[in-house]
Design a protein around this ligand. Structure first.
Ligand SMILES: [Zn+2]
Ligand SMILES: [Zn+2]
Length: 360
C-alpha cells in the first residue's frame, strides 16, 4: 500500500510534464555542441520527506548537472493544496541544498502559501488570514529563499489525481504577495494556464475536476502585474502552452506592457505545440527568434525537471516523468545551441544570475 501511496503522490504535482512524450520524441539533428545553463525551475520528490531522502534526490540532480552542463538549479515545492499526502514545503530540502551553496538556490511557498491561497478561493480574506499569510511569506524569505514558488492562480488537472487549482489572479492574497516580493526584491514563480476567451474544456481534459467551461483570466493577470512594478513575476512554462492561448503575439504584448514580467522556457511542447519555440525539425521558429531578440533580458530556462529519490518505489507517472527529464535537458541544449551566441548566453546564464541574484 505504501508504494501505491507514493505513486498517487507523485502523480499530483507534475506541472504539465505529461505532455512531453510524443512531441519531443524526434532526435536532434543539429547543434551538437555543449552548452552551459541555469535551470530556475526544478522539483524534488523525496518520498518519505526525511533529509536523507532528499539528499538522494539532490544527488540525482547533481549528477544531471554534471552530465548536461547545468551550472545551478533553483528548486521549489510544487503548487499544492491542503490535504494531499506527500505535501512538502521548502524546509523539507532547504537544509540539504545549503550544503551546495554554489549549485542550488530555492524558492518557498508552494507547500504553504499556495494551499492558503487556494483554500481562500471565493471567500472573504480576514485580517487574521492576511497576517498569517504575510508572516509565512516573511519567514520564507528570512530562511534564505530568493522568492516564492511555485505559486498558481490557474493550474489544469491534466493527469489523474492532479487537483484543479483556480483563483482570481488578482486575489487579495496574491496582491499582498507581490507587495511583499516588491518590498524585499524577491520574485514569484507563477504557474498560470492562460485563457484569453471563454472556451470549452478540450477533450483531453476531464471534467470534473476541470470545469467544462473556462473563463477568461488574462485581465486579472494584468492587474496582478500592474499592482506593484517592483515585484518580478516569472511566468513559468513559456513555450509549453496547454490551451493554445499563450501565443508569441500575446507574449510580445505583455512584455511590452509589463516591465516586471519575465518568462521561463520549458523546452517541451505542451498540448499546443504550435506555440513551442522549436519546430519538429528542432529549429527555432522565426517568430520566437524575433521575440527573444526583441526581449533578450526577459527569458530564462525553467525546465520543470523532477528528481525522484531512489527510495521511492514502484512506477507511476512521477517516476515516468522524471525519466523524461533527460529528453527535456537535451531539447534545452539543442535550443540554446541553435540561438545566436550572445542571445544564448543571456537566456542560459546571465538573465538568471541577474534576476535571481545568484552567487558564483
Ligand atoms: Zn507548473
Ligand atoms: Zn513546476
Amino acid at each position: 500500500m505504501k508504494h501505491i501511496g507514493f505513486t498517487v503522490v507523485l502523480g499530483l504535482w507534475l506541472c504539465g510534464f505529461a505532455m512531453f512524450a510524443t512531441q519531443g520524441a524526434s532526435q536532434p539533428t543539429q547543434a551538437t555542441g555543449r552548452v552551459e545553463w541555469i535551470d530556475i525551475h526544478v522539483h524534488l520528490v523525496g518520498g518519505r520527506g526525511s533529509l536523507q531522502d532528499y539528499q538522494a534526490a539532490i544527488r540525482g540532480a547533481l549528477g544531471a548537472m554534471e552530465e548536461s552542463g547545468i551550472r545551478k538549479m533553483v528548486v521549489m515545492p510544487p503548487p499544492q493544496i491542503y490535504g494531499n499526502p506527500g505535501n512538502h514545503e521548502y524546509d523539507s530540502f532547504a537544509e540539504v541544498l545549503k550544503r551546495y551553496p554554489t549549485r542550488f538556490a530555492f524558492l518557498g511557498g508552494g507547500g504553504s502559501l499556495n494551499p492558503m491561497l487556494q483554500a481562500a478561493n471565493g471567500t472573504e480574506v480576514s485580517n487574521d488570514l492576511r497576517r498569517e499569510f504575510e508572516d509565512k511569506a516573511n519567514e520564507i524569505l528570512q530562511r534564505g529563499a530568493l522568492g516564492f514558488g511555485e505559486i498558481t492562480a490557474h493550474h489544469l488537472s491534466h493527469v489523474p489525481g492532479h487537483p484543479y487549482e483556480s483563483v482570481a489572479a488578482d486575489h487579495p492574497l496574491l496582491l499582498l504577495l507581490v507587495d511583499i516580493a516588491g518590498r524585499n526584491n524577491a520574485l514569484i514563480d507563477f504557474h498560470f494556464d492562460l485563457v484569453t476567451e471563454e472556451m470549452k474544456a478540450p477533450e483531453w481534459l476531464s471534467s470534473p475536476p476541470n470545469p467544462r467551461l473556462f473563463r477568461p483570466n488574462l485581465a486579472a493577470f494584468e492587474r496582478l502585474l500592474e499592482h506593484n512594478r517592483k515585484a518580478k513575476i516569472v511566468w513559468a512554462h513559456a513555450g509549453s502552452d496547454m490551451l493554445g492561448n499563450w501565443t508569441i503575439e500575446l507574449s510580445r504584448r505583455l512584455l511590452v506592457r509589463h516591465p516586471n514580467l519575465y518568462m521561463s522556457l520549458r523546452l517541451a511542447p505542451g498540448r499546443a505545440p504550435q506555440n513551442h519555440p522549436l519546430s519538429r525539425d528542432n529549429e527555432i521558429r522565426p517568430g520566437w527568434l524575433q521575440l527573444l531578440r526583441d526581449f533578450p533580458d526577459r527569458f530564462v530556462i525553467g525546465g520543470d525537471q523532477f528528481f525522484v529519490s531512489p527510495s521511492v518505489r514502484g512506477g507511476g507517472p512521477g517516476v515516468e516523468f522524471s525519466q523524461r527529464a533527460p529528453m527535456n535537458r537535451e531539447r534545452t541544449r539543442v535550443f540554446l545551441a541553435a540561438l545566436p551566441a550572445d542571445l544564448s548566453r543571456k537566456i542560459a546564464l546571465e538573465n538568471a544570475i541577474r534576476l535571481y541574484r545568484l552567487k558564483d
